[in-house]
Design a protein around this ligand. Structure first.
Ligand code: ING
Length: 328
């Protein structure tokens, strides 16, 4: 019997710096209701879905940025969102900035900041939490940049790995679900760690500027979307999984981010794509049995992977220049 689930990408348009969580939540609940009426069991929101994409703003004192973070979920500002998740019987991926007081590697309990996503069950319980591993940008103010991208300032590297869990979705189907956040999608290692746990559904949110902010080389504008979709389609194909990739889009305080949220199948095909850069819901019916083909043939990891040849992937961080030929 085929295992079908219906998934929805709940793309969000811009959230301005001056707009509080109640504005975002007020726009997210109608998307949940529409997903319910469209028969979805799973809904994916963007990265940092409750606030503006604040790593573009510099705060000298980190504590001044605390207002962008959640110290608890649910909270008074997000209670109505959790009520809607329960009312519409949905499993929801939510991206948010997290403050947690917990021991660090030295065993010292302190205030820690992460770029986090959580999968929330219809009961409001947290099924799984993930903290962004690949933090792009920089930690100090960079005057040469057109726009700051201070994720390395505001967040620690995620310390939860790339977990996958099997959880029930809807009435009689369970799904192997895992998460990423934004820049993670550009790193094949992230996809492979999830694939090695037989992930069937990768949920990821992103906030991606529509123009290259690095100002250090030409990148044709249309390639921004191409690179995003290429990464997601390749990840799905090479790990025989579905992905729901969801943008925060549009112009926030003059800074434009692209939309183009997509739902991709294990063949790497785009099943659905958003066509606006605003609040938009796209939905697709996913036959989880499609994961079996890749996992049992071309990407049968047990049969075909040769880990003895891959040592550089985990032993080496940066790239190294090769030896020159002819060797003397
Ligand atoms: N944003 C961007 C992303 O990875 C970026 C940063 C854009 C990096 C383009 C490299 C190229 O989509 C986040 N939030 O990671």
């Amino acid at each position: 019997m085929s295992k079908f689930i219906t998934v929805a990408a709940a793309q969000l348009g811009p959230i301005q710096k001056s707009e509080g969580r109640e504005i975002a939540v007020g726009r997210m609940i109608p998307l949940l209701e529409r997903a319910y009426h469209r028969g979805a069991q799973v809904v994916v929101f963007p990265e940092l879905a409750l606030t503006t994409s604040f790593p573009r703003w510099y705060h000298e004192d980190l504590d001044e940025a605390d207002g962008w973070f959640e110290t608890a979920l649910p909270s008074p500002a997000t209670a109505s969102l959790f009520e809607a998740i329960h009312r519409f019987d949905l499993t929801v991926y939510l991206g948010y900035a997290e403050i947690a007081y917990e021991p660090d590697n030295a065993g010292v309990t302190r205030k820690r900041r992460f770029n986090t996503s959580a999968i929330i069950a219809p009961t409001g319980e947290m099924i799984l939490k993930y903290r962004k591993v690949h933090l792009p940008g920089h930690a100090e103010y960079a005057p040469a940049r057109k726009v700051q991208h201070l994720e390395k300032r505001y967040f620690e590297v995620g310390n939860l790995g790339f977990p996958v869990v099997r959880a029930p979705v809807g009435k009689d189907v369970s799904v192997n679900m895992g998460m990423m956040i934004c820049n993670d999608r550009r790193w094949p290692e992230a996809w492979r760690v999830l694939g090695l746990q037989q992930v069937e559904l990768v949920m990821l949110g992103y906030n991606t500027p529509s123009l290259n902010m690095e100002n250090r080389g030409f990148e044709a504008h249309h390639l921004r979307v191409f690179h995003s979709q290429l990464s997601i389609q390749a990840g799905c194909y090479q790990n025989a999984c579905f992905a729901v990739a969801v943008a925060k889009a549009g112009t926030e305080d003059g800074h434009e981010m692209f939309g183009h949220s997509i739902i991709v199948n294990p063949q790497g095909e785009i099943m659905a794509q958003a066509t606006s850069w605003d609040d938009e819901l796209i939905v697709a019916d996913c036959n989880l049995d499609m994961c079996k083909l890749g996992r049992s043939t071309i990407f049968n990891f047990a049969l075909h992977r040769r880990v003895e040849a891959y040592a550089r992937i985990t032993n080496q961080v940066g790239s190294e220049a090769p030896p020159a030929w002819p060797t003397r």
